[in-house]
Design a protein around this ligand. Structure first.
Ligand code: FE2
Length: 280
């Protein structure tokens, strides 16, 4: 575990790297008084990721006080689906759960496979007696001395061509610093966020880079954020754009995003490629 002092002023933000080769997103936040927040849950496809998520939850006593999902892709909500499908009677208590996913029918119209996963997910959380709450623009979720401030909503999702634009973005306010979470937000959703959200709110030193660091929001968006510290849910092959033929042999745009960040004066980048991080 890499430990980096970002001056959060209390609490920890843990960026959990993928255990399989698949890209995914999973953050654990521990408040000063020991409350646990999870943001997303990693992927559904690979046992090693699902097992690791379950172990991680056990390591903090089996209770997740607040679980937030950025959007309905299975590399985000899928880790929890994996647990509910593969662990018999999981020792896991979930306090509040928040997400704003588009209607199941619309998800099905985009991807039959995703629709199936989501239907199973809904069925399991219902079985577990979990009643999810929606993430509403400008609402604030308080967990101990941490505040989660929601920045956008699903308004207009019907016209999105890219499913990633259904991401709900938010700020997590630690006692001394805030972190901007962009999930997998892409161009259209990013532009909409630029329109609907005061830019001084988007101006943040610490940002979780959209869509695993490539093909997310635009350079113009990041020019408003002006980040100093970039958190990347980006495995090694994606970090180097390596499809097996060496650095920059792949079709991904991560190196382009990294070059933008250099231009914007970013001071430090922390990708899954370098392992887990605990930010203080
Ligand atoms: Fe993703």
């Amino acid at each position: 575990m890499n430990i980096v002092d970002l001056g959060l002023g209390g609490g920890q933000l843990i960026q959990v790297a993928n255990r399989s080769h698949i890209q995914s997103m999973l953050y654990m936040i521990k408040s000063q008084n020991g409350k646990i927040i999870l943001i997303d849950s990693g992927n559904y496809q690979k046992d090693e990721d699902g097992k690791y998520l379950y172990e991680l939850i056990q390591s903090v006593g089996g209770r997740v006080d607040t679980w937030i999902f950025t959007h309905a892709h299975d590399d985000h909500f899928g880790g929890l689906l994996w647990i509910m499908e593969n662990i018999e009677n999981p020792k896991m208590e979930i306090g509040e759960m928040y997400f704003s996913f588009p209607p199941l029918e619309w998800v099905r119209s985009k991807s039959e496979r995703l629709g199936r996963y989501l239907e199973k997910f809904y069925s399991y959380i219902n079985q577990y007696g979990i009643v999810p709450k929606t993430l509403n623009k400008e609402s604030i979720i308080c967990v101990d001395d941490l505040f989660i401030e929601v920045l956008n909503d699903l308004d207009g999702y019907e016209t999105y061509k890219d499913f990633n634009d259904t991401t709900i973005a938010f700020l997590v306010h630690f006692p001394k610093r805030s972190v901007l979470f962009l999930g997998d937000l892409a161009v259209e959703g990013g532009n909409k966020l630029l329109e609907m959200c005061p830019h001084d709110k988007l101006r943040q030193d610490i940002v979780q880079m959209a869509h695993h660091g490539q093909r997310g929001v635009t350079k113009e968006f990041y020019s408003v954020v002006m980040p100093k510290i970039c958190l990347y849910c980006t495995p090694d092959w994606l970090w180097e754009n390596d499809n097996g033929g060496g650095k920059d042999s792949g079709p991904w745009k991560t190196l382009e995003t990294r070059a933008w960040m250099d231009e914007l004066g970013v001071q430090a980048s922390f990708p899954h490629a370098y392992g887990d991080y605990m930010f203080l």
